[in-house]
Every structure is written in C-alpha cells, then in structure tokens.
Design a protein. Structure first.
Length: 420
C-alpha cells in the first residue's frame, strides 16, 4: 500500500510520524512524508521521500501571544479568547498550507493518508474517501473529551463540567477553521453542504483517530467512541552512528546513580539563570548530572562543577537505560522514553501537553509534581529535585510502569489499524 504522512509543528510533532514511517516501510509499504521544509534533511537522511510544507505555521505558534494558549498562562476564558485569535490569524497561512496538502494528495494518489490535527485538508479528503484517512496524535486531551482533564492549552483540571466545556470551545474553532479553509473545494469534493456540525460528527464519531500514548500512563476513557484508539508510544530505531566521548564514559562510570537534565527543543527567556539555578542545587547536594543544552533552554557555563557534565545533545535511547532519574520538559516522547526505561521523572513544563504529562507523572507517583519553567527558581527546583533523588518509591514506581509498558502491543495494533 502507498501511505502519505502529513504533520505540521515542531520536532515533537514530527517524530511520531517518522517512527510510523519507519514501521510502515519495514512492513513493505511505500511511504512519502509531507512536513515543514525545515525537516527535509532529517527525513531524507532516514530514507523517506519528502514534500516540504510552509513554515509559516511555526511562526504563529512560537509568537508571544500564542504562548498564552500553549504555555498555560492566563485564565480559562483568556485562553479561549487567545485560541480564537490564533484560529483567525492563521486563516491566510492555513489556506496556503491547505492548498499544498491538496496538491500533494492529487499528485501522490495515496491509498492511505495519516495526518495530525494541524493538517486540515486530509479531514475533508477523508470525508469523501471513507476508511482511507487516519488522524494521529501523540497527545490525548486534544479532540475527544475527558472529565478529568481540560483540553490542552486550557489548563489542568477545572472540574468535570468546565473540563468538558473546554473541549467544546477548542473543537469549535478547529471545525470552523476546516469549514472556512474548505470553501473553494467543497463543490469539487461533493461537499456542498459542509457545516461545522457535519465536520464535528465526522471527526469525533467517524474519523479513525489514533493516540500514540501508553494506556499505562493514560488509560482509554470508557466513554470514547469506537473510532478512537490508544496504541502506545512509538519511536524510531536507536541511532547507530553516535559514539560517546571517553570523558562522558568516564563520568558515567564514576557515578552509578545519575541524573539527566534536558529541555530538548524547548527554550526560555533566561537560559543562563535557569542553568545557574539548577547547577547551584545540584552542586550543593552533590547530585551528579549530565546536562544537555539542546536548543538553548540550558547553556554551558564557563566553570562547570565536578558533579556536572555538559553535552549539546545525547540519544535518549542510549543514555536513559543508565540513569536513575530525568529532569525534563515533559514532551510526550521524552516522558514515555523515561518511563519505558524505568527512570523517575521531574517535569518542568514549558507549553501545551507538557502540563498534562506533569500532572500524570505526579498522579502515577513516578515523580514529584514539577514546576512550570516560568516559575522555576533555585529554591523551587531544590524542593522538587531532592524528593526525586531521595524518595526511592518514585524510582520503584517508574520501574513498575516500564514493565507494564513492555507488555503493550502497540506496534502490532497500529499496523493492523492502518492496514485495515
């Protein structure tokens, strides 16, 4: 079969699709990927045929005002207002990206389309091609409501009524965006009476939707419809061309109980101060740590204490089996990998679903409740990292969850759903 994969967003939005592209190719299928142009080199180096999409969407979601709805700032009603502004502001760029998606599908003529919810054209294409389009997301709490957590970007838990109401608001803006973007192609696709209600019914009750997160972390709500599936976390095969330095190996050998601090692709307004606060606490309590500077959320100081080792990046699949615990930003992929490897976690959430994983890690007792990056200080970090380091049940619970995750059959379930 021929698969076409669409994803818009940052690296965290792209990685799940790269993992699935790898699995589909290994199963003998033909695969093409359509991601923002900045991911061309990464995709082509992995051997995937690539279509470049506009990067304008990233400029919007990385803007200061957008951080209110993405980063947890403001109250619920301010976030709803900001979400509406984002949907209105994105109409022009969405029309461009929408046309790109339409053209790529027309050229590729795929048997199956897999897409994330930032991609709008595959939704209406799926309405006239039943069974040939799958919406895929590594993040729950986006489209299908649950009473125990608000829609992503709307905070955490406002109570069952407001939690469910938050999905109605955020989904309405999505349905409206799809309707507005589809006006020029409705007749062509035979959807002359396309309405927000029609789109709502299709997405929530008919569209095959796959959440690539572990049921051990987020059990499937009983009231979700049958078209919605939870298939566990998926990641690419481990890197084979990366080699650790002798100095890194010596540091690991010297410290059998080790911490990793990494904010991945996340940045913040004061990376030097953030790094200084973290190093101050780690040095005072002699906690040995590997610190990954990533995309600039942390920076290497001039003087590095003996208990710290700085790297620009490090493959998680290589280092995590050797760790006791991880301090991280709380991306879906990092959260799953930490628990998969039995690492206790302290999440310092920056945006969007990271606040959800912070809540879940705490509820699962695999680590203490973390502090958002905007509120992080040396004192607050100390209050969280010491329990992470000293409270053995966190580590024991993480190891128990690793065993549960290992028994899941997500890869087989996903390939079965995508091949149906």
């Amino acid at each position: 079969m021929k698969y076409l994969l669409f994803s818009l967003g940052t690296r965290g939005d792209i990685e799940p699709f790269l993992a699935i592209a790898e699995q589909l190719k290994s199963a003998g299928h033909e695969v093409a990927c359509a991601f923002p142009e900045q991911f061309r080199e990464l995709s082509e180096n992995l051997g995937h045929r690539f279509w470049g999409l506009s990067e304008l969407f990233l400029e919007l979601i990385e803007g200061e005002r957008a951080q209110m709805v993405l980063g947890g700032k403001g109250n619920l009603f301010q976030k709803i207002s900001t979400l509406g502004w984002m949907m209105t502001s994105s109409q022009g760029m969405q029309r461009e990206i929408y046309s790109q998606q339409q053209e790529i599908i027309q050229i590729e003529q795929p048997d199956q389309v897999i897409f994330n919810q930032k991609c709008l054209y595959p939704v209406v294409w799926g309405m006239v091609n039943p069974g040939r389009a799958t919406l895929l997301s590594p993040m729950p709490c986006t489209l299908h409501e649950t009473a125990v957590h608000a829609s992503l970007g709307m905070g955490s838990d406002h109570g069952a009524f407001l939690n469910k109401l938050s999905y109605r608001f955020s989904n309405f803006f999505l349905f409206l965006s799809i309707k507005n973007a589809s006006k020029k192609v409705q007749a062509e696709l035979g959807l002359d009476k396309l309405s927000t209600k029609t789109i709502k019914n299709h997405i929530l009750s008919a569209q095959t939707t796959v959440y690539t997160c572990s049921a051990s972390l987020f059990p499937r709500p009983e009231d979700w419809p049958e078209n919605v599936h939870l298939v566990g976390h998926h990641e690419r095969s481990p890197e084979t061309n990366w080699q650790p330095s002798e100095a890194l190996l010596a540091f690991i050998a010297k410290h059998p109980k080790l911490l990793l601090v990494s904010f991945g692709s996340m940045t913040n307004s004061e990376p030097r101060q953030t790094t200084a606060d973290i190093l101050e606490v780690l040095a005072e309590h002699q906690i040995p740590a590997i610190i990954s500077t990533g995309s600039g959320g942390l920076v290497r100081p001039t003087d590095v204490p003996e208990n710290a080792f700085f790297v620009e990046s490090i493959p998680y699949d290589w280092i995590m089996p050797q760790l006791y615990a991880v301090v991280h930003h709380g991306g879906s992929g990092t959260t799953h990998l930490a628990l998969k490897n039995g690492c206790a976690s302290l999440i310092i959430p920056h945006i969007l679903d990271q606040h959800l994983w912070n809540d879940l890690i705490s509820e699962l007792r695999a680590g203490p409740k973390g502090v958002p990056i905007k509120r992080l200080t040396a004192q607050r970090f100390e209050n969280k990292v010491l329990p992470l380091w000293q409270h053995a049940p966190y580590k024991q619970r993480a190891e128990s969850l690793a065993l549960a995750m290992a028994s899941e059959t997500g890869k087989q379930d996903l390939l079965r759903l995508l091949s149906a």
